[in-house]
Design a protein around this ligand. Sequence first.
Ligand code: 13P
Length: 251
Amino acid sequence: MRRKIVVGNWKMNNTIAESETLAAEVLAALGDNFSGCEVGIAPTFLALESAGRIIEGSEVQLVAQNCHYENDGAYTGEVSARMLNAAGCSSVIIGHSERRQYFGETNATVNLRIKKALSEALNVIFCVGETLAERESGVTGSIISSQVREGLEGISDISAIVIAYEPVWAIGTGKTASSAQAEEVHLLIRTLITELYGDAAAQALRIQYGGSVKPSNAAELFAMPNIDGGLIGGASLNAADFAAIVKAASH
Ligand code: 13P
């Protein structure tokens, strides 16, 4: 039985002080009620340290939103996996569609970042997902498949990786993939992983869904056999909503 995992991706929201407040609110809203579910929050880089102090000693994990593929050097504006590890992060999100769409990330740079994060002992939340145009032209399967294959190229052990399926058309739009639509792609990903890494690795792999997950649709999504939790954007900025989503994953 795979343990569900719910992570709040705060994206570019909240100052340091606001992040501290939200982290404290999340802890209070969660209470002790989330056994059986792994939980993380991903504040902006700037607030990792201070939000990390708030959740220290709790079971909530500190997650970063991206990392570079070198340890250090002349990469203005970037943050390395080594720095994230030293700042107390246990995981990092890599390949989010907003990084691909607005910051030129490709399957190849995503692959480099994943490798570097793993080498710095970080767990990785590796994001994949098709755009609306891709879905409408019937190429969802081949897009997801090349994102997964190329993103994992040369990586032999995927035990520290969670894959997040986030259809781009469902992110921040209020349009959720139906549980059947999401399950279809999750199954496709697990089948592909079976082909690449064998049955044991595929059965152990957690595949999160992301895209307009809310308290009202979380339980139905998480009930699908291949959906192992959620990567939550907008709803994670409200502690009560986030806690309700975690609760839906905790049964
Ligand atoms: P929303 O939940 O706001 O649609 O964002 C999903 C997401 O991109 C999480 O990484």
